[in-house]
Design a protein around this ligand. Structure first.
Ligand code: IVH
Length: 681
């Protein structure tokens, strides 16, 4: 193979592009102060990629183009930490904090006020990053504190982690420690998608972050939008660092690393307590989970004097927020059957108040989880609630097990239809094999069909679906459109007015969109966004029905598994019949002609959404703006094209006004979308 000679001006140009891209990445991710538009950034990125494609020898492994694409690993290798990764002692009260300060003063034999750095305690995954001569050479999990797993390929995909540090006086070897996490918003989106695919949801953002980070295929990590706050250093060789924790954190920031914006220096334990109260108030506003705050002696020399116990330093303490947990008794386990037949054990609990909310049910996920918890009916259990996540049983009080506790056994027949329950060899989720003969599966499919993001049939909730199926009036979605007033009025608790309302809602639902219709069909693994991609790609429902694997695989986000599910679904004679009947009943949608929507109409523009919208959800508005080529960003800068402000818009609106960025209300946004041919209904 002939090596192409790289002209020096090309090498210089590539180096310059890399510097520019790294700088803007830093401004955007670490400082939250972008200076150029996303479009301008993309343009720089494309130029660099084009140069590297033309001259492959130009590619360096710290080039910003090399974040994704490493081949999947067979397993993670172990990494021994050169300095152990410590954990923290916990404080639970103001008195604990005073004790902490007293111990420090006694050990240092001083009466002087102690300076503490206060930091939020990020609820994510602790990692260590090793930089050699400024270059990221290794990322590792904390593991047991002594050794962890090598997750270099995964951390390289995280945009807020620089592949190369910049600036002065870089140590030749520098180990940076911090917390990788998933924003609440991203977590909600991941779980929403997972549930729609019929997959298990992550219990909390920390699990989602850990699961995303421990992917052997780093391309999956890249999709999860992880991010990181750095909070300390480990090994430092060949260079000096400032003499305070505060100084070190800010030095890390100048080198390109991301630190938390709420870090403060205070004097004495009562000021620490004030910081704790302030962060407790701030907590719901933050876009990431914190489970408390951390106080660290600011002076590194004092830290050295204080030293450490076996696993925890004497100079730091975590002050945790009170847990949203409580003990209660497991009265019964019921098995629920989902839309795809998945059988989920659900705990019926003696009602207990946790974080101000009474809990009487909790999910147990699957039988593996029941086994992992070693749970029996009658047990005293610890339940936990995290934000709007479904409450869950997190532990069993084995010592309090009553003599009459009963084992929890997966039924071998479906509690709804009696069909056999099967547990495939490679699955943890047991499924009812009754398919559409199973009334529970039918009910769930109908509920899904009628749900807000699908056909949006107002008034058709779980209770009514249950009645309709139990009375034998409805077996599949097409039956819904054959319901008559007489049939409905004959139902218990159904007044003529409600019957009429339902018929009107059914009629109204017939005017829909292709994406909603596809989603409503409830094809396994086809969530809302996949349905949207399918609609955008095929435009025509008949084309989707007839699509082969090759066409399906060309759709963004559709892999072999999803393609298989879609084909199987459309080949199934019962499904074909129901679909034909649905179409014959008059369900229709506006033709999505490829030429109608110009995917580059708003190219180069950066939009910000804030406040509560009433017609669209924020996610819908975002997707629609993106379909016109706009970028939708989370913060307002002078490069923001436009801010859309809904009800109760906060600081982003003020930012826009201060920077002179145009502000639209929702109706103006709807008008603009309609003008560009984007469906709004
Ligand atoms: S300092 C000796 N600072 O909390 C220093 N830890 O139990 C040890 N964490 O494993 C860590 N935010 O995963 C520190 N600002 C912060 C933190 C933090 C979250 C986690 C970290 C650690 C655990 C301590």
């Amino acid at each position: 193979m002939k090596l192409i000679e790289i002209p020096p001006q090309i090498a210089a140009q590539a180096a310059q592009l890399r510097d520019q891209i790294n700088r803007h990445n830093y401004l955007y991710h670490s400082l939250d102060k972008p200076q150029i538009s996303d479009a301008a950034f993309d343009a720089l990125f494309r130029q660099l990629r084009a140069l590297e494609a033309q001259y492959p020898a130009l590619v360096t492994d710290d080039s910003p183009t090399q974040r994704v694409g490493a081949a999947p690993l067979a397993s993670f290798s172990q990494v021994r930490h050169e300095l152990p990764m410590l954990s923290l002692e916990n404080a639970f009260s103001a008195a604990d904090l005073e004790d902490f300060e007293r111990r420090i003063k006694a050990r240092l034999e001083t009466d002087k006020q102690i300076e503490f750095v206060c930091e939020p305690k990020i609820d994510g995954v602790a990692v260590s990053l090793l930089y050699e001569d400024g270059k990221l050479v290794r990322g590792a999990t904390r593991g047991d504190g002594t050794s962890g797993e090598d997750i270099t390929q995964n951390v390289r995909t995280i945009e807020s982690i620089p592949l190369r540090l910049h600036g002065e006086n870089l140590p030749s070897r520098l180990e940076v420690r911090g917390e990788i996490y998933i924003a609440k918003r991203t977590f909600a989106a991941i779980n929403h998608e997972a549930l729609q695919r019929g997959d298990k949801a992550f219990a909390n953002p920390r699990n989602a972050a850990a699961g995303s980070l421990r992917q052997l295929d780093a391309r999956l990590t890249a999709k999860r939008k992880l991010t990181m706050f750095c909070y300390s250093v480990g090994l430092v060789e060949g260079g000096d660092l400032p003499a305070t924790q505060w100084g070190i954190l800010h030095r890390l920031q100048t080198w390109g690393l991301r630190i938390n914006p709420f870090i403060e220096v205070v004097c004495g334990s009562s000021a620490c307590r004030e910081y704790f109260d302030k962060m407790a108030t701030q907590r719901p506003e933050l876009d990431y989970e914190i489970d408390g705050v951390v106080f660290k002696v600011n002076d590194i020399n004092l830290q050295r004097h204080l030293g450490m116990l076996t696993r925890t330093p004497r100079w730091a303490i975590a002050h945790k927020f009170p847990a949203e947990e409580g003990y209660t008794r497991l009265l019964e386990v019921e098995f629920q059957v989902g839309r795809t037949g998945a059988i989920t054990p659900v705990a019926r609990l003696e009602p207990v108040k946790v974080g101000g909310v009474t809990i009487s049910n909790a999910t147990l996920h699957n039988m593996d989880e029941v086994a992992r918890l070693n749970l029996m009916t009658g047990d005293r259990v610890l339940v936990q609630r995290a934000g709007d996540v479904i409450p869950k049983v997190v532990a069993v009080d084995a010592a309090a097990r009553p003599a009459d506790a009963r084992a929890i056994v997966l039924p071998d027949h479906c509690p709804a239809c009696g069909a056999e329950v099967v547990l495939a060899a490679d699955e943890v989720i047991a499924r009812c094999s009754g398919g559409l003969y199973c009334s529970a599966q039918r009910k769930e499919s109908l509920r899904h069909f009628a749900s807000r993001l699908a056909m949006d049939i107002e008034g058709l909730g779980s209770k009514l679906v249950q009645q309709l199926v139990d009375e034998g009036l409805v077996n599949n979605p097409a039956d819904l459109y054959r319901l008559t007033e007489a049939q409905l009025v004959a139902l218990e608790r159904m007044a003529p007015k409600s019957a009429n309302n339902l018929l009107m809602a059914l009629e109204k639902s017939k005017a829909t969109t292709l994406a909603r219709f596809i989603y409503a069909l409830g094809i396994q693994e086809v969530g809302e966004s996949t349905a949207r991609n399918l609609a955008l790609f095929f435009h025509d429902f008949a084309a989707l029905r007839a699509a082969d694997d090759e066409q399906l695989l060309a759709v963004p986000d559709v892999g072999p598994v999803v393609a298989g599910r879609i084909r199987t679904f459309f080949h199934q004679p019962d499904n074909q019949k129901v679909i034909d009947e649905l179409l014959a009943s008059g369900i229709h949608w506006p033709q999505v002609a490829s030429s109608d929507v110009d995917p580059a109409a708003l190219k180069g523009q950066s939009w910000v959404l804030t406040g509560t919208l009433s017609v669209l959800t924020r996610n819908e508005a975002k997707a629609k703006l993106q379909s016109l080529g706009a970028k939708v960003s989370g913060s307002v800068s002078k490069n923001t094209t436009c801010v859309v402000a809904g009800d109760a818009a906060g600081s982003k609106l003020t930012d826009a006004q201060q920077l002179g960025v145009p502000v639209l209300d929702e109706s103006a946004l709807l008008a603009l979308l309609a003008e560009h041919g984007v469906e709004v209904a």
